[in-house]
Design a protein around this ligand. Structure first.
Ligand SMILES: N[C@@H](CCC[C@H](N)C(=O)O)C(=O)O
Length: 313
């Protein structure tokens, strides 16, 4: 019998001795590996094997900490921000690359601190290279806040004219619902539901069908606005997410930002700039703030926890 060279045990055997950490942000969990000089080969097969929940370590994604100058996409960012020494090389659980991960970038900075690779006092900001550009991460007493940059509609012509640009079908929904596709550097399609019972009844073990799907696929957020929607100036929503390249996760930081963007857009004039987004793994904060470039930026805040360290055996 021939053992496939891409089988999880085979791929993991080739990584024996690899030090790693495990961390999460509101239950969105990651395997983290320090590879400052880019000496390791951590591609699609390695990410999928490490993230395998049965035969690997198990995670929603793999994050490699590599110096920006060691990757072509990181080197390009250094011209824009010379302080972005570290690059978050992120892969989904199926091994695919994603441009951005909002929970991941907070956990990434917690990992750099834990590994002694950076120093950052509360109130200080660290620029991080990502495939969606440089993200500035501020350390706070209770976690981290990330300037995620400006949001955009993926299909601006439809969104502006019809307030939705897709129909979304999912297990547990009686009929297809309208969705709004928002880019946070990575793609999202947001669907509003009226009742918590509809959210609870969704079957997210299979991927929702989005028509038309954005060019590079999409993450899908189902969102229920709280009643009242706004309390003490803060909007409140609850969401579940099916992530591209992963499946249902306990949380998605970029998804929480996209959900707040869509609900605020649908709510119209007078909707608040601060939002609390409840996810199965906790709560994250999303704020709309003026950016240094004069555009509106989205700020994501929330916890980041390193739970374990180990060595691949
Ligand atoms: N969980 C992440 C998003 C991870 C990437 C996503 N699955 C994609 O393919 O775009 C987050 O916290 O933002």
């Amino acid at each position: 019998m021939t053992v496939p060279t891409t089988s999880v045990p085979h791929v993991l055997a080739a990584l024996a001795g690899l030090p790693f950490a495990k961390g999460h942000g509101t239950g969105n969990d990651f395997v983290l590996v320090a590879d400052p000089d880019g000496a390791l080969h951590l591609g699609e097969a390695e990410a999928a094997a490490l993230c395998d929940r049965h035969q690997g370590l198990g995670a929603d994604g793999l994050i490699r900490a590599i110096r920006s100058r060691r990757l072509p996409e990181g080197e390009a960012l250094l011209a824009e921000e010379p302080g972005a020494e570290w690059f978050m090389d992120y892969r989904n659980a199926d091994g695919s690359l994603s441009e951005m991960c909002g929970n991941g970038v907070r956990v990434f900075v917690a990992f750099l601190l834990d590994a002694g690779l950076v120093e950052l006092a509360p109130g200080e900001v660290l620029p991080i290279g990502t495939r969606a550009g440089v993200k500035r991460v501020e350390r706070r007493e209770d976690g981290f806040a990330v300037d995620m940059g400006p949001w955009t509609f993926i299909h601006p012509e439809h969104a502006a004219a019809e307030a939705s640009d897709a129909t979304v079908t999912a297990a547990g929904l009686d009929v297809a619902r309208p969705g709004l596709s928002v880019s946070m550097g990575n793609p999202h399609t947001v669907v509003a539901l009226a009742e918590s019972s509809e959210l609870a009844g969704l079957g997210l073990h299979t991927a929702p069908l989005v028509d038309p799907v954005p060019p590079h696929g999409t993450n899908v957020e189902f969102v229920v606005p709280s009643d009242p929607l706004v309390s003490a100036g803060v909007g409140s929503i609850t969401m579940r997410v099916h992530e591209r390249g992963v499946g249902e996760t306990q949380s998605c930081g970029t998804g929480a930002c996209a959900a707040a963007v869509a609900i605020r857009y649908w709510a119209g004039a007078g909707a608040p700039d601060r939002w609390a987004v409840g996810v199965p793994g906790g709560t994250v904060g999303v704020s709309f703030v003026p950016g240094p470039d004069g555009r509106e930026h989205v700020e994501l805040s929330g916890p980041a926890v390193i739970v374990a360290h180990g060595t691949l055996g």
